[in-house]
Write a protein that binds this ligand. Structure first.
Ligand code: MBD
Ligand code: FE
Length: 249
């Protein structure tokens, strides 16, 4: 028997029971809920539903325990097998977005830099689609992985992402609309960093002053993840520092 699993599931059920009782939820409403979830599953939106509503709570529950810098939700669109990139992410032909350079340093809690860490970078097209997920955009677009150099740094060119609406034609969008909210996320770049000896680190960067930065449909924003954007010649520049949490055992 798995005691941890048992406790968490029992507690979740008890918490749900409290909400159902407080709201006098009827059997009919319950049945509607079951049908709704079946529809979400049939339309392959289950990861989207759960990541939009719940993942930020997991980050909140977990993130204060380590020595890492702020993490963020991963969302449903991470892909493991993406090209290794040198200096730029592949962008779609005709992408007229503003050129963006992402510069980062990966560190240990004491400030020492971490070389040879693997950094995954991914973000949406200017039309708000993710390569390898949404139709018409191959998986090698706007995605890649690279290694930090001897100085713990990485740098990659791409185009500046814009605010993005999560899929709004399916059951998840319908629910959010019925709840009186919009389906937008602020412009963001996703990162995941892996290095032996450290816990996997997953975050996002948002842009200071960006639309929806204070009203993300996925509730995924904390101040530490909002970065200023610098202008360098014709390029926008985003500078990020990530601190990894050493594994203790
Ligand atoms: C996204 O692009 C995203 O980052 C999250 C968290 C949820 C849905 C779509
Ligand atoms: Fe995203």
């Amino acid at each position: 028997m798995n005691e941890r699993l048992t406790k968490i599931v029992r507690d979740l059920i008890a918490a749900a029971g409290k909400v159902l009782a407080e709201n006098n939820v009827t059997r009919e409403e319950y049945r509607q809920g079951v049908h709704y979830l079946a529809k979400v599953q049939a339309d392959k939106e289950l990861p989207l539903l759960i990541d939009v509503f719940l993942e930020h709570l997991v980050i909140k529950a977990e993130d204060h325990r380590g020595h890492n810098s702020a993490q963020a939700i991963e969302g449903p669109y991470f892909i493991e097998e993406v090209p290794w990139v040198e200096s730029a992410l592949k962008t779609a032909p005709g992408d007229e977005g503003e050129p963006l350079i992402v510069r980062g340093t990966v560190k240990e809690p004491d400030g020492a830099t971490v070389k040879d860490a693997t950094v995954f970078v991914w973000h949406s097209t200017p039309d708000g689609a993710y390569g390898g997920i949404h139709e018409g955009i191959p998986s090698e677009f706007y995605r890649g992985r690279l290694k930090t150099g001897a100085d713990g740094k990485f740098e990659i060119a791409t185009t500046l992402p814009v605010p993005y609406t999560i899929p709004d034609k399916g059951p998840v969008g319908a629910l959010i609309t019925m709840m009186g909210h919009h389906t937008w996320r602020p412009a963001h770049v996703h990162f995941k960093v892996r290095k032996d000896g450290f816990r996997e680190f997953t975050t996002q960067a948002y842009f200071e002053g960006g639309k929806y930065v204070d009203d993300d449909v996925a509730g995924g924003i904390v101040d530490a993840l909002i970065f200023p954007i610098q202008q360098e010649g014709k390029n926008k520049v985003l500078n990020v520092d990530f601190v990894l949490d050493p594994k203790t055992s």
